[in-house]
Ligand binder design. Structure first.
Ligand code: PEP
Length: 250
């Protein structure tokens, strides 16, 4: 049985004050929830949010991680630094990183390795563009992204990863994939895992991301291969984020 994971990607939002308020609301609303909750604030908010979350079941993660471990890489933050800052997870290969910052497959594979080496759980994001969806190439695109980022890893390392299917056309647009379309790609991801190792397929958590809201969450979580969500906009509102988490837990 895979325990649901609801991850909030706060992106470039929030101040120390608003982040602490959000963290406090999440703690008070998440008692006895049978789902894992995770928030991923900006780097400078990690420390205050870590202090606010101390002793609570809400986990902390980063939105990005360097592909390098140390050295002359101005502006980068290493996996070891993130672990030291209290992170348990790192989002890798979000479509905004791929498109706005030209992150390439080779770099993403290195980021996954770096995260694992610091005992962070990588949340690898994959997903097709609108043009690729219109050409019905979504499963091929996702498979190519999985091959590139995870294909060289031992299955024991892949077992430590979370994979988030996020169709690019659904992110921040208010247009979620239908539960059936999302499930079809999730099933293809699970089949890809099963092709590597039979025991891997049932164990890895697969999240859906792309305009998940409280009213669309339940139908997504009813799908066999959807184990939670990576949530952008709705994660900035505690009651929406908690409603999504309760839908996953029920
Ligand atoms: C995201 O940024 O990962 C995301 C899914 O955003 P939103 O929920 O706002 O579409």
């Amino acid at each position: 049985m895979r325990r649901p994971l609801i991850a909030g990607n706060w992106k470039l939002n929030g101040s120390r004050e608003s982040a602490l308020e959000l963290a406090a609301d999440l703690i008070s609303g998440s008692a006895d929830l049978s789902a894992d909750l995770l928030v991923c604030p900006s780097f400078t908010l990690l420390n205050p949010v870590r202090e606010a979350l101390a002793g609570s079941p809400v986990a902390l993660g980063a939105q990005n991680v360097s592909a390098e471990s140390s050295g002359a890489f101005t502006g980068e933050v290493s996996a070891a630094m993130l672990a030291e800052a209290g992170c348990a997870y790192a989002i890798i290969g979000h479509s905004e990183r791929r498109t706005l910052y030209a992150e390439q497959d080779r770099e993403l594979a290195a980021k996954v390795l770096q995260a694992l080496s610091a005992s962070l759980t990588p949340i690898l994001c994959v997903g097709e563009s609108l043009a690729e969806r219109e050409q019905e190439r979504q499963e091929a695109v996702v498979q190519q992204q999985l091959d590139a980022a995870l294909g060289e890893l031992e299955t024991t390392a892949i077992a430590k990863c979370v994979i988030a299917y996020e169709p690019v056309w659904a992110i921040g647009t208010g247009r979620s994939a239908s539960p059936q379309d999302a499930q079809a790609v999730h099933a293809s991801i699970r089949a890809w895992l099963g092709g590597l190792s039979e025991s891997l397929a049932p164990s890895v958590r697969l999240l859906y991301g792309g305009s998940v809201k409280p009213d669309s969450a339940s139908a997504l979580f009813e799908q066999t291969d959807i184990d939670g969500a990576l949530v952008g906009g709705a994660s900035l509102n505690a009651s929406d984020f908690l409603a999504i988490a309760r839908a996953a837990a029920s």
